[in-house]
Ligand binder design. Structure first.
Ligand SMILES: NC(=O)C1=CN([C@@H]2O[C@H](COP(=O)(O)OP(=O)(O)OC[C@H]3O[C@@H](n4cnc5c(N)ncnc54)[C@H](O)[C@@H]3O)[C@@H](O)[C@H]2O)C=CC1
Ligand SMILES: CC(=O)N[C@@H]1[C@@H](OP(=O)(O)OP(=O)(O)OC[C@H]2O[C@@H](n3ccc(=O)[nH]c3=O)[C@H](O)[C@@H]2O)O[C@H](C(=O)O)[C@@H](O)[C@@H]1O
Length: 418
């Protein structure tokens, strides 16, 4: 049994800590947020997702997990702290990774392994992490070992993907890679792909950038289809029958704290990254495009009220980080629209979230921004009489069109001018 200190008990660090604890390790979960530590000490999860509470209960029952505020000696230190985007510099903001590494320094011993799970720009392990940890006087690759093991689990299905996804493990040297692979093999059922730390850093960013660029392409196709008056969704469906084509879905823009920011970590020190930056620009401009659609449908209505359906960054989760809904709402308010919001998952946000009936009361147009399952089969008959005008714009192509049509709605789908 080895002892692991996991720094950062958030969406990634906590389930990772609990998986290690449930699979033969003694784990101490460290967080600088006292509320997180206190909640865990009380045996409760600070946030919920499928299977998390059971995993915590199992780790506590095994006496293999405890939460603390201060770092202590261990065999392995695992860093899973936030890596936000510095929007002014268009760079990764590594202040949390730096402070976590500094917290490890006084406890670092010969033979220790330090794993960075946080998403980081290429060369971070080799340069910045090394520099900080060597303040301990110990030497990287001689006295202690470092690797990057990026997390690739998708919010909403985190636990399953943490266990069954393939894992990329990149050490600063072979021993670091080997030690890390041994550790993760205690719970990972996917394949472990061994490489260098810089390659692992790059792979993680390439994956999210690939998705961002491809969503941008879908968003551009939607706008071209609108110009030609064709249905981009049907066109994508048919194009995807080609054995080597797999186009993603258009939408109101890219949200979440990874796909919308990680491409910048790749471009921050690159000379040739115009495609990546252009894709970011296309995805970031989608709220303006949705507003244009709304303005067209509301022509002639004085001081209109609109109802936003969904502010979570994607369907069936409550996460609103970097949601494109925020930019859309700000732009709509600048236009003089009154904006009301309904979201069955999000309970608290920077704007009030209303009950369905209140949100549609006196509304001139519903704008579907999130692909929550509830919207897929929603019957507008339930509240039709409360609306002022029967308009709906669906940026996800998820509503049951025949139901809305039957209720007399004027329907507009992104990328489908017909
Ligand atoms: N959430 C996700 O789905 C994924 C996240 N990632 C990456 O994983 C990393 C962590 O992300 P999340 O878990 O979502 O963040 P989070 O915001 O949910 O949690 C991070 C936790 O770290 C704590 N923290 C900050 N500084 C600390 C320090 N010096 N010592 C100890 N704790 C500290 C915070 O209080 C917070 O509780 C980021 O780099 C993110 O980009 C990667 C893949 C998926
Ligand atoms: C390459 C990849 O699939 N990365 C995953 C991604 O999780 P995330 O929830 O951010 O990804 P997502 O489901 O693509 O959603 C991002 C955003 O993109 C939008 N989106 C997504 C797919 C699509 O066809 N069209 C579209 O507009 C979503 O609505 C959302 O606003 O980023 C995670 C991360 O790095 O945090 C990563 O672990 C996950 O595996």
């Amino acid at each position: 049994m080895s002892k692991i200190c996991v720094l950062g008990q958030g969406y990634i660090g906590l389930p990772t800590a609990l998986l290690f604890a449930n699979n033969g390790h003694e784990v101490v979960g460290i967080d600088v947020n006292k509320r997180v530590v206190d909640t865990l000490k009380a045996g409760k999860m600070p946030f919920e997702e499928k299977g998390f509470q059971e995993l915590l209960d199992g780790a506590i029952a095994k006496n293999a997990f405890r939460a603390e505020s201060l770092v202590e000696e261990a065999d392995t230190f695992l860093v899973a702290v936030p890596t936000p985007f510095d929007s002014e510099m268009r760079m990764a903001d590594l202040k949390y990774v730096v402070s976590a590494c500094e917290m490890i320094v006084p406890h670092l011993k010969k033979g220790n392994l330090v794993i960075i799970e946080s998403t980081i720009p290429p060369k971070t392990c080799d340069k910045q992490v090394k520099q900080i940890l060597e303040k301990s006087i110990l030497k990287m690759c001689e006295d202690f070992y470092v690797s990057h093991c990026p997390e690739r689990a998708i919010p909403g299905n985190t636990l399953h993907e943490m266990v069954y996804n393939d894992r990329v493990i990149g050490g600063v040297d072979e021993k670091s890679t080997q030690l890390t692979a041994e550790l993760y093999s205690s719970f990972v059922k996917g394949n472990l792909h061994l490489t260098t730390s810089t390659t692992a850093e790059m792979i993680k960013l390439m994956e999210n950038t690939f998705r961002d660029v491809n969503i941008a392409l879908a968003n551009e196709f939607a706008q071209i289809a609108d110009d030609y008056g064709i249905d981009v969704w049907k066109a994508i469906e048919i194009a995807n029958k080609h054995p080597r084509v797999s186009i993603l879905k258009p939408g109101p823009g890219v949200g979440g704290h990874c796909i919308a920011i990680d491409p910048w970590f790749l471009t921050e020190n690159a000379n040739n990254s115009s495609l990546i930056m252009m894709s970011r620009q296309i995805n970031d401009s989608m709220p303006q495009y949705v507003l244009k659609m709304v303005k067209e449908i509301l022509v002639g209505i004085e001081n209109p009220t609109i109802t936003v359906f969904g502010v979570a960054y994607k369907g069936d989760i409550a996460d609103t980080r970097a949601t494109p809904a925020k930019k859309f709402i700000r732009l709509a308010e600048k236009e003089g629209f009154k904006v009301k919001i309904y979201d069955p998952f999000v309970k608290e946000w920077s704007y009030p979230i209303l009950e369905l009936g209140e949100a549609v009361e006196g509304s001139d147009c519903i704008v579907v921004l999130t692909d929550h399952s509830e919207f897929k089969e929603m019957d507008p008959e339930k509240f039709g009489s409360k609306m002022n005008k029967l308009n709906i714009i669906d940026t996800r192509n998820i509503i049951n069109k025949s139901l809305w049509k039957k209720s007399g709605y004027n329907i507009k789908i992104i990328g489908n001018e017909s």
